[in-house]
Design a protein around this ligand. Structure first.
Ligand SMILES: Cc1cc2nc3c(=O)[nH]c(=O)nc-3n(C[C@H](O)[C@H](O)[C@H](O)COP(=O)(O)OP(=O)(O)OC[C@H]3O[C@@H](n4cnc5c(N)ncnc54)[C@H](O)[C@@H]3O)c2cc1C
Length: 503
């Protein structure tokens, strides 16, 4: 049927009205956005340390500005637990997927599967060795409003640098105290995360032991907390394929007994290399540390040991079992242990996550958390290293939770990308290699305090900052005994005084 002249006029008028109302809605949204940003800035300005006080177990945030969201959290280690608590505090409905049968992640000590690849991830998540004690003082290590105190109920190892079992007990207590266990789907692995239409995410997970392609569910957003101490990074050693000895990664080291009377070369100079070399020296014939940052001519017996040496990096390995260092000296060795760190790995993310991992740089991420293109529907908690992890996880989680509910407003995509680029330029100017993108050794507290400011939370306590710095110095002065001898009892007293608010 032909449209009449009157019909056409009616349709034109209707179309013009619809157009006007869409423009009006757009404008209104922009105005609302501007208002929110203004409010946020004002809140940030007034957030001086003296104007806000942390109350026991942090007050609930103000009511959120969007409907509660259904969220997938991947991992129930310290980061996943912190995220679950903050997301729920904000009124959201998190589901935590955890491959293991319990919470704790790294702190769930487990022997590696005996038949597995000693250089690989070896079917176990944890990288803990039996003798491991924390390398941070417990007062500094805990969540901000849930002290890791020997005075807390359930503590069984009162040492200031306790064994790993105590950290697990602490994380379990945290999960119980904030009723998080019922949010966790144990023994359930996330296989795939894909972007769906309408800004939602499809998460495919599978219960351990189940066959088939898994269960697909749709979530409003995904928070990735899968840890980064599981996928070993291996040193490149020319000639090693023909070398007849055994190679393994510190990920699979547990106890020194298997190294009885052997000659072991440890590659690395970080915390694990320090601990493991001393541990193994208790049973091995000789232990030689190869440190790539040591001068070429280094060959130094370590004080207090007659079987532990420090060398420059390995130059090559040879068929007759010799390992040659950069200064040309060589030894016949039975084992090369790679204490060479780990790689970020997100096997469940597809290209639509918009991030890539190259040389241990997860790119692009606004403030190491949000990929600008898909923010805030995808976020990462816990990527920074050389930090005090738990408080940082907590602040990142508060930020993500606040952003997801619309209470905290992110800059535009373009502004976030600019920020990422500016950060990369800074790294370049400092001459830092790409693999140090998430190394926070010089500015973790600046970052923590920035996050705190976004969330209208008080900055990190002064005693915690000082304790971290003093522990670093003490460790350098007393590498053998820093866990049992220290000079900062005044800070311990200050921390314990602070903890009275929460215990
Ligand atoms: C040897 C060693 C010593 C350390 N010492 C200290 C210390 O003294 N003090 C300190 O504060 N920190 C220390 N750390 C750092 C430690 O890693 C952090 O404290 C913290 O435990 C990291 O927590 P996370 O939740 O980020 O990761 P993780 O603890 O690794 O937890 C990640 C969780 O995600 C789960 N997961 C991964 N992928 C999937 C998937 N696809 N589906 C379902 N679940 C999945 C894993 O099973 C795991 O439970 C140490 C780390 C190592 C390796």
């Amino acid at each position: 049927m032909q449209a009449t002249w009157r019909d056409r006029v009616r349709r034109d008028v209707h179309e013009r009205r619809t157009k006007r109302s869409t423009c009006f809605t757009k404008k209104k949204t922009q105005l609302l956005h501007q208002k929110r940003r203004k409010k946020q800035r004002a809140r940030n300005r007034s957030n001086s340390p003296s104007s806000t006080r942390l109350r026991p177990h942090s007050p609930s945030p103000p009511p959120m500005q969007s409907a509660p969201l259904r969220l997938a959290v991947i991992g129930a280690g310290a980061a996943g637990l912190a995220a679950a608590r903050e997301l729920r505090r904000e009124g959201h409905a998190p589901v935590v997927f955890e491959r293991a049968a319990a919470v704790g992640g790294t702190w769930l000590y487990a022997p590696p599967a005996t038949s597995s690849d000693p250089l690989g991830a070896a079917a176990t998540h944890s990288s803990l060795y039996a003798s491991l004690r924390t390398n941070l003082p417990r007062e500094s290590m805990g969540f901000l409003d849930f002290p890791f105190s020997a005075a807390a109920p359930g503590s069984a190892d009162p040492r200031r640098f306790p064994g790993h079992e105590e950290v697990l007990r602490y994380l379990e207590a945290f999960a119980r105290r904030f009723d998080l266990l019922r949010l966790v789907r144990f023994e359930t692995e996330v296989l795939r995360v894909r972007r769906e239409g309408r800004g939602k995410w499809e998460v495919t997970s599978r219960k351990l032991g189940d066959k088939g392609s898994g269960q697909e569910e749709v979530y409003d957003a995904v928070v990735v907390c899968n840890g980064h101490y599981t996928e070993p990074r291996i040193a490149v050693i020319p000639g090693v394929d023909a070398w007849p000895g055994k190679q393994m990664h510190s990920h699979n080291y547990r106890v020194p007994e298997p190294f009885l009377d052997q000659v072991v070369i440890i590659i690395g100079a970080a915390a694990s290399a320090d601990d493991i070399s001393r541990d193994i020296a208790s049973t091995a014939k000789e232990v030689h540390i190869a440190d790539r940052s040591a001068p070429v001519c280094t060959c130094v017996k370590q004080p207090g040991y007659d079987n532990l040496w420090l060398h420059s990096m390995i130059d090559r390995a040879e068929e007759d079992g010799s390992v040659v260092f950069q200064d040309g000296s060589s030894i016949k060795a039975d084992v090369i242990m790679h204490c060479t760190g780990y790689l970020y790995d997100f096997p469940f993310l597809g290209d639509d996550s918009t991030i890539t991992v190259d040389d241990n740089c997860v790119d692009p991420l606004y403030k190491h958390v949000f990929p600008p293109e898909v923010a805030p529907q995808l976020s990462f908690i816990g990527l920074p290293w050389k930090v005090i992890p738990f408080p940082l996880f907590e602040l990142q989680s508060k930020w993500v939770a606040g952003v997801l509910s619309g209470r905290i407003v992110l800059p535009s995509k373009e502004e976030m990308m600019e920020d990422v680029k500016a950060f990369y330029s800074k790294l370049e100017a400092r001459g830092w290699p790409k693999r140090y993108t998430h190394n926070f050794s010089n500015y973790q507290f600046e970052y923590d305090d920035w996050l705190a400011e976004q969330c209208s939370h008080p900055p990190i306590e002064e005693w915690r900052k000082q304790m971290y710095a003093i522990n670093g110095i003490n460790k350098a002065i007393r590498p053998e005994s820093y866990r049992d001898e220290w000079d900062d009892d005044h800070l311990v007293a200050e921390a314990n005084e602070d903890f009275k608010k929460y215990l």
